[in-house]
Design a protein around this ligand. Structure first.
Ligand code: ADP
Length: 265
């Protein structure tokens, strides 16, 4: 039985950060090459829906179409516009995260509400096509930027639903392990080939392009997740077996992990 494991190395904020960056030349060169690729990728990703959009527009202009056909074309154009909008929105989120040098703060996040929210969103997105369970330690919480953490954890749940065929199951667990808090999402979906795992958090990297597009993915989700976790000194671990499913686990460090104070009645 083959299990593929990836640990994304994140640079801790604070004293060690500079040291790590300045000594790791290969990492720097790789980052530089990735940045150049990125510009080419953004252009390509936006150009594809734009080309399709222009094509439909031309058809609408030049062909005498029945009302029903016109409406179908408009719908298809709308889909392409949404696709572009999603890409631009995600790019803005990424740019904001990258430009934000200040640490995400140490406010306790209301994880109880966050988990309830994730559960509602998951139920809606799945529409009853999957068996979904949430097992959460209600008093366990972490500190940081609530909105960022929510979007990162939400992304992992969304992906599990997107990449799991109907009838599959998704299990979300929020629990304390030692002094750390761990959020994990396990699915019985398509799984990920071992060669692809190390590249998952690269921008626009997709294992299966057409599948990602069909589900409305921008290919930027895990890049955003990686940035958010990095800012919170948290790590992402991916275990996957092709054709069987995947587990994405987020581990928050002890210094960000806390327990809710019991309420005094
Ligand atoms: P996308 O918008 O394409 O989902 P992500 O950055 O969120 O982009 O994910 C990158 C790629 O990783 C996806 O296109 C998909 O191929 C793969 N992936 C992510 N999560 C899963 C999962 N739970 N199961 C299988 N493949 C996944």
């Amino acid at each position: 039985k083959r299990q593929n494991v990836l640990s994304v190395q994140v640079f801790p904020y604070g004293e060690n950060r500079k040291l790590v960056l300045s000594t790791d030349i290969t990492e720097l060169e790789r980052t530089d090459a990735m940045r150049r690729d990125f510009v080419a990728n953004v252009s390509h990703e936006l150009k594809t829906p734009l080309t399709v959009l222009s094509g439909f527009l031309e058809t609408l202009r030049e062909l005498p179409l029945e009302q029903a056909d016109r409406e179908r074309y408009m719908e298809l154009m709308d889909q392409q516009a949404s696709r572009m909008r999603n890409i631009v929105d995600d790019l803005l989120v990424l740019a904001k995260l990258e430009g934000d040098a200040k640490p995400p703060g140490d406010h306790a996040i209301d994880m109880r509400a966050a988990v309830a929210h994730l559960r509602d969103d998951a139920t809606t997105l799945s529409g009853g096509r999957h068996r979904i369970t949430f097992t959460a330690d209600d008093d366990l919480t972490v500190s940081g930027a609530g909105t960022e953490i929510m979007s990162a954890l939400g992304n992992l749940v969304t992906n599990a639903i997107r990449y799991t065929p109907d009838g599959g199951s998704i299990d979300v667990v929020w629990k304390q392990v030692g002094h750390e808090a761990v959020f994990s999402v396990t699915d019985t979906g398509f799984g990920i080939p071992s060669a692809d795992i190390p590249r998952l958090t690269e921008r626009f990297y997709r294992v299966d392009r057409s599948r990602s597009r069909d589900t409305g993915g921008t290919g930027l989700g895990l890049a955003i997740v990686k940035h958010v976790l990095q800012r919170h000194d948290a790590t992402l671990e991916v275990k996957s077996e092709e054709g069987r499913g995947s587990t994405f686990s987020v581990r928050f460090p002890a210094q960000r992990t806390m327990r809710r104070q019991p309420a005094h009645a």
